[in-house]
Design a protein around this ligand. Structure first.
Ligand code: C5P
Length: 231
């Protein structure tokens, strides 16, 4: 069985949500979004290590949440995040030891990921190098030039929206992050860093329920999903 670590970046601000509290620390049915997310990973036997990246102001809160999962994993800790998602993940990556085979990165604000999807992604990543969850684009995507004029309409049948988890062999992910840092490259997901060093990353078809809670409407939808699950 592969030993899987999960890095959960949780250092973002609440700017797009319009709240003072950062999104991972907003509550849904009495628990923080971050706790819902951690609990999805704690259920997976292969997950031996959980690392949460956040700002020092939230360390106590995160430690209290992690204590609830102490019996589920070998190690769980909090690491200081950075100015960008990529920097938060890089800090966490550097704190991992070499007993880890696979690393999953998962947004703190995607609490509805299933254990089955985590396992599928990890299994495929161990075979090819990297595997990420994605869903086919449902909207037509427009590429703009400098202003609002459309410069291109890519063929929708080839477009997928990347989600997390994104799972990689540990050595491959570390190499990709080191190279991105060396080149000053900032990506919006982890796979893009691995792709640019020639690593193979496959897509696993995911679930639209695995939404990223970003805007106030997402929080409302998340509440509906949770209530439905409780029925
Ligand atoms: O802001 P964005 O949608 O990219 O956030 C995705 C995830 O990355 C969130 O879980 C957020 O908390 C995290 N993040 C982070 N460090 C940052 C910015 C975002 O850990 N500097």
């Amino acid at each position: 069985m592969s030993r899987l670590a999960v890095i959960i970046p949780a250092a973002g601000s609440g700017s797009r949500m319009g709240t003072h509290t950062p999104k991972p620390f907003l509550t849904l049915n009495g628990k923080t979004i971050l706790e819902h997310t951690i609990s999805a990973f704690a259920k997976v036997d292969e997950v031996v290590d959980i690392r949460i990246a956040t700002s020092v102001d939230w360390f106590d809160q995160v430690e209290a949440i992690l204590n609830k999962f102490a019996d589920d994993v070998e190690s769980a800790s909090v690491i200081e995040g950075g100015d960008e998602r990529q920097h938060s993940i890089f800090n966490a990556l550097q704190s991992l030891d070499n007993s880890i085979d696979l690393i999953a990165v998962h947004d703190a604000v995607r609490p509805f990921v299933s254990a089955e999807l985590i396992r599928k992604c990890a299994h495929r990543a161990s075979e090819v190098g990297g595997a990420i969850v994605a869903v086919p684009a449902k909207d037509t995507i427009k590429k703009l030039g400098d202003g609002f004029e459309i410069s291109e309409t890519p063929d929708r049948s080839k477009l997928w929206q990347a989600q997390t988890p994104q799972v990689f062999r540990a050595d491959l992910l570390l190499e990709a992050y080191l190279k991105a840092r060396e080149d000053d490259f900032l990506g919006t997901d982890d796979a893009s860093l691995v792709e640019r060093i020639g690593g193979v990353v496959e897509v696993i078809e995911g679930d639209r329920k695995n939404l990223k809670i970003t805007y106030p409407i997402d929080l409302k939808v998340a509440g509906l999903i949770l209530n439905e699950e409780d029925l």
